[in-house]
Structures are given as C-alpha cells and as structure tokens.
Design a protein around this ligand. Structure first.
Ligand code: FES
Length: 106
C-alpha cells in the first residue's frame, strides 16, 4: 500500500496547470487534466530540469530547459533529449483533497 500525502485541494490546480509538492523528499508535479489528476516526479531525466516549470501541451509536460516531453499520465519520455521516463505516482481524491501515493520501494 502506498503512503498517501495530501497535495492540494480540489479546485486549487486549474485545468492544464500543475502544482509542485514534496513527497518524502522528492519533488513531484501534480497536474490537472480536465478534472483528472496525475503526478509525476519533477526531475527531468535528461539533465535534472524542473519539468513543472515548463508548460503543458495536451497531456504532455514539456521541460523548459531543452524541450523534452513526458506523458503526464504515465511519466513516459515521449521526446528527445529525454529517453528515460520519470516516476508516475498514483493519485486519489478524498473528501476534497488530492492525495499522492508514494509507491516507491524504499
Ligand atoms: S533538462 Fe529537461 S530537456 Fe534537458
């Protein structure tokens, strides 16, 4: 079972926007895509850029440093210069709070 961490209130993150939260010492970007929430690690696998400081293109997050693209839904790397995906965290909504689950092993 993941450990669930409160990340935002429903309505706090506008559609197509993100919020940076810290989950057990890791930066995590929580995105709202049309009322669905997703969370990916906010650390570009190309060269450590903060993906959440870039922009959203459909369901892709674009790293502002060299324009790699990641799937907001799965964390998959979709465009060079990133070839390795970022961790995608489970998200749930409980009583108006968006929660991120830390399902990593350690
Ligand atoms: S650090 Fe993200 S594309 Fe280079």
């Amino acid at each position: 079972m993941p450990e669930w961490v409160a990340a935002a209130q429903v309505g706090e993150i506008a559609d197509g926007e993100s919020k940076l939260v810290v989950v057990n010492d890791s930066d995590v970007a929580v995105y709202n895509l049309g009322g669905e929430y997703f969370a990916i690690e906010d650390l570009c696998t190309h060269d450590g850029g903060e993906i959440s400081t870039g922009w959203v293109d459909g369901d892709r997050a674009v790293c502002p440093r060299h324009f790699a693209e990641f799937s907001i839904r799965t964390g998959e790397a979709l465009k060079a210069p990133a070839y390795e995906g970022v961790h995608s965290f489970p998200v749930r909504v409980r009583e108006g709070t968006v929660e991120v689950g830390d399902d990593r092993d350690d």
